[in-house]
Design a binder for this molecule. Structure first.
Ligand SMILES: *[C@@H]1O[C@H](CO)[C@@H](O)[C@H](O)[C@H]1NC(C)=O
Ligand SMILES: *[C@@H]1O[C@H](CO)[C@@H](O)[C@H](O)[C@H]1NC(C)=O
Length: 406
């Protein structure tokens, strides 16, 4: 390297150093403090912690202060909290970042916060602290379980607090439809209904069940309250088969469908009113189909001639009672070839000969599927009576006569 080359590099080095010195001097004394980022709005659920972060470059000898804009209260200056609030704290990361932290935020902490630098004129930026509150049911003003007579009306009320104001939606627990009355005459079937009040009018038994009011405002968790709507009505009994025939010494099942609310006491009696109790011979069950409907079953094991005759299923609740009637008769089992040969219709009291007499002519008209019109005049309380005589069973004359008389 020659002497001129050495000179050049020395000159270049001098300028680099001079520039650095200038920059340092200007940055210490010449530049004003400046915010690097805007202060960000904070939304926080009540009880949680909130933090505002203020980033200031070139602070120099100036100070950062935190101020609550609406009350003009000075909260903190530099690293010292001024206000008398133990939930507040300030931190500085020894560089350019200042934070204001509010522990366990309360509703009254909501408002505008300002990060301010004491230049002249002062520099500041503001942001909003929103305090939200998850929904909560106001139990004192919310309905509990309700009872309403069928045909009556019910007003279910659900109140909730929270911020923002919670929205209330009604649903049925089983996902069923709500028959909502819209205006004075309109009705519509909806899976959910909005509003603090759910009005049900001309309530039917199918509207009985659990209703849920669900309050939500976008702040988790949502809350709900469950209320039972009980619809009261007189028991109703439907008998699917009012005439039940079976061969002797077989097990036979009698059935009644009961609808009742409040829950009824259900039992079986013989025709003479004698109550049937569970034992080796009788087996009784009740199966719930819904809140108000029950299927009653009576199994008579290996039934005997003394078991033929009338049976009653009875249902009683606090509103009233209902009964259904079933008649049990004996049927003969015949094989089909014998039946075709010996179809003579004359009646005969003698057991052995009558056993073989068959009435093919009645088969068709007495089966459940072939002719339902036969059923409507038989039996007392039910409109849904039906005769169930299987095609392979045939009637004996005595019972046929009985049947036609009663
Ligand atoms: C912050 O919140 C205030 C008040 O709600 C609003 O006016 C402003 O637009 C928000 N700023 C930002 C950046 O979202
Ligand atoms: C039937 O309903 C009654 C009362 O509603 C209840 O106690 C019982 O457990 C139910 N039984 C069945 C099998 O659902």
């Amino acid at each position: 390297m020659d002497t001129s080359g050495k000179l050049h590099s020395a000159v270049a080095s001098f300028w680099v150093v001079a520039l650095l010195v200038c920059y340092f001097l200007v940055s210490v004394s010449g530049f004003e403090p400046d915010f690097l980022y805007p202060l960000e709005n904070v939304t926080v659920a009540q009880g949680r912690d909130a933090t505002f972060t203020c980033v200031v470059n070139n602070l120099g000898g100036y100070r950062v202060a935190w101020i609550k804009a609406d009350t003009k209260a000075i909260l903190a200056i530099h690293e010292h909290v001024i206000t008398n609030n133990a939930r507040l704290s300030v931190t500085h990361n020894d560089y350019n970042t200042w934070t204001l932290s509010i522990r366990s935020v309360k509703r009254e902490d909501r408002g505008q916060y300002m990060c301010q630098v004491n230049t002249d004129p002062m520099k500041m930026q503001t942001a909003f602290l929103e305090v939200v509150i998850p929904p909560d049911i106001v139990y004192e003003e919310t309905s509990g379980d309700m009872m309403v007579p069928e045909g009556g009306s019910a007003k279910l009320i659900c109140k909730a607090r929270g911020y923002p104001k919670p929205r209330i939606v009604w649903r049925r627990e089983d996902g069923g439809e709500i028959i909502a009355r819209i205006g004075p005459t309109g009705k519509s079937r909806l899976t959910s209904v909005e509003g603090e009040m759910l009005t049900l009018t001309k309530v039917t038994r199918s509207e009985m069940g659990a209703y849920l009011c669900i309050a939500a405002n976008g702040v988790p968790p949502s809350v709900s309250k469950r209320m039972m709507l009980h619809v009261h009505f007189h028991p109703l009994i439907q008998v699917p088969n009012q005439l039940v025939g079976a061969p002797a010494h077989t097990d036979v099942t009698l059935q009644c469908h009961v609808e009742a609310s409040p829950k009824a006491i259900n039992y079986w009696t013989r025709e003479n009113g004698e109550m049937i109790i569970s034992n080796d011979k009788y087996f009784m069950t009740e199966i719930n189909n819904s809140y108000y409907s029950v299927q009653m079953r009576l199994v008579i094991r290996r039934f005997h001639k003394s078991d033929l005759g009338g049976y009653k299923c009875i249902s009683k609740n606090s509103i009233g009672d209902a009964e259904g009637n079933i008649r049990l008769y004996e049927m003969e089992i015949q094989d089909q070839t014998e039946a075709d040969e010996e179809s003579t219709p004359e009646g005969n009291a003698d057991e052995k000969s009558s056993n073989n007499r068959l009435y093919n002519g009645f088969q068709g008209s007495l089966t459940e599927t072939d002719d339902n019109k036969v059923t409507s005049d038989i039996g007392a309380s039910s409109s849904k009576g039906a005769l169930s005589i299987r095609a392979s069973y045939f009637l004996r004359p005595m019972h046929l006569l009985l049947m036609l008389l009663f």
